[in-house]
Design a protein around this ligand. Structure first.
Ligand SMILES: [Zn+2]
Ligand SMILES: [Zn+2]
Length: 440
């Protein structure tokens, strides 16, 4: 596979003398297989020069598959300027995560309404197909594409393309599930040492890849004041990629406030961090024009993913969710947020109340606090898992306890997911949808 970078910037396009080297265009990466299939990760402003290149040099008519991580602006703003859309006979398939509130077609049409753009999407001459994807394995454009939900304040998907005897993985935008990444024992750098099930799943998704393209927007120092914004540090990306046996890691989604010197310093620090930990892996920061060939390697097919999961439908709305927390403010906040998403929400302030409510109402999902008087959340979870009727009930733990011991205990006792306070509403909404979709 050949991989070319057309947009490496996160959040907003950042042209100017300070970004000449690493580039100012937002996210867009082209992947071409030896059979000539063209995949495009995200459609930020980098999609404009890519479109021009395809118009000039690609075989006609042009056929391409766009794999959108999500529909935040920096990942779709290049779409209206992607020249192949303006030529009859070209065929563009747009894939993106289901469950974002509106359909993919509606969201892309929205940014092209006359208020914002002179040409409406319905006026584009090319054939445009939309395909909403869930987590799992898909056969698209002759390649095996595996998708997995990321941790971002929106429904977002990471992609793994397996073709030509190699795997290329794209993971933007994403932030750590847990600040405590590694167990104390055994040593860091191994998949089994990752504390949070979400981070472990994220690492497994990269397994043996020839190339991983990963969000690394912040330095570890910056991340302290940017938690819940949905982006990673180089330390996180390097650590998880090393645990997954990745051969080459390219860091991207550079912050708009980082000039070339800053991004170069991140590259140096990332390499130093890997060296210090004995990780053998090529590491670099993405720049516009970076052109890589990923040679065939012994790539494991990602196991354990369903063959063809729920596609072409929205996240389950109208689910019944029970919120269990002794803090009334949290209950109100969660209740409001999830009701707005179309769910039916009920509340319990103690473990006993929760168990009675579960017996009476059989909710679809539980949002469970850990620290409650008389009966704590871990005790409730243990009870639920011991009863056949609730053994598989999705439980999203929502707690202020973010240490390794409690995180591990939550997962060991059967938590579906573990989210720590303080949290943001879009983040909670995305995690709830992910739990419900995985259950479906
Ligand atoms: Zn972004
Ligand atoms: Zn985003």
């Amino acid at each position: 596979m050949r991989v070319r970078f057309w947009g490496t910037r996160g959040s907003i396009a950042t042209p100017g003398p300070g970004t000449v080297r690493f580039g100012g265009n937002t996210s867009c990466v082209e992947v071409t297989t030896s059979g000539g299939a063209c995949f495009i990760f995200d459609c930020g402003t980098g999609a404009r020069p890519l479109g021009a290149e395809l118009m000039a040099h690609a075989p006609k008519p042009i056929s391409a598959v766009i794999l959108l991580s999500h529909t935040h602006w920096d990942h779709i703003q290049g779409f209206p300027f992607f020249a192949p859309l303006f030529v009859r006979g070209n065929e563009i398939t747009v894939c993106g995560p289901e469950g974002s509130g509106h359909s993919l077609a509606e969201v892309l049409a929205g940014q092209m309404e006359f208020t914002y753009f002179p040409v409406e999407i319905s006026q584009l001459p090319a054939t445009i197909n939309f395909r909403e994807l869930g987590e799992g394995t898909h056969d698209i454009g002759g390649a095996r594409i595996v998708a997995q939900y990321l941790h971002h304040p929106a429904m977002a998907l990471g992609y793994r393309i397996e073709a030509d005897g190699a795997a290329v993985v794209y993971l933007c935008d994403h932030e750590p599930f847990s600040e405590t990444l590694w167990h104390d024992q055994p040593a860091s750098g191994h998949a089994e040492s990752i504390a949070h099930e979400g981070d472990r799943r994220h690492s497994r998704f990269m397994a043996g890849a020839g190339l991983v393209i990963h969000d690394a927007q912040y330095t570890p120092e910056e991340y302290q004041s940017r938690k819940n914004w949905g982006h990673s540090t180089y330390e996180y990306a390097v650590g998880l990629a090393a645990a997954a046996g990745v051969r080459q890691l390219v860091l991207t989604h550079h912050d708009p406030t980082h000039d070339d010197a800053f991004v170069e310093a991140i590259e140096t620090r990332a390499r130093g961090y890997a060296e210090q930990h004995g990780y053998a892996m090529r590491i670099g920061c993405a720049y516009e024009g970076l052109d890589l060939v990923v040679e065939p390697h012994s790539v494991p097919q990602l196991a354990g993913t369903p063959p063809a999961p729920h596609s072409d439908r929205d996240a389950p709305r109208g689910s019944h969710i029970l919120v269990v927390d002794d803090d009334a403010d949290i209950r109100i906040l969660v209740h409001k947020a999830l009701s707005r998403d179309g769910h039916v929400v009920s509340e319990a302030s103690t473990g006993q109340e929760a168990l009675a409510s579960i017996d009476a109402q059989a909710p679809d999902l539980l949002v469970l606090d850990l620290e409650m008087p008389t009966q704590g959340g871990l005790e409730v979870l243990t009870l639920l898992r011991s009863r056949p009727a609730t053994a598989a009930l999705p439980v999203l733990v929502l707690t202020a306890l973010d240490d390794e011991v409690n995180t591990r205990a939550g997962f060991d006792l059967g938590a579906t997911d573990y989210l720590t306070k303080p949290f943001s509403i879009p983040q909670l909404a995305a995690r709830v949808r992910t739990c419900l979709l995985r259950r479906a």
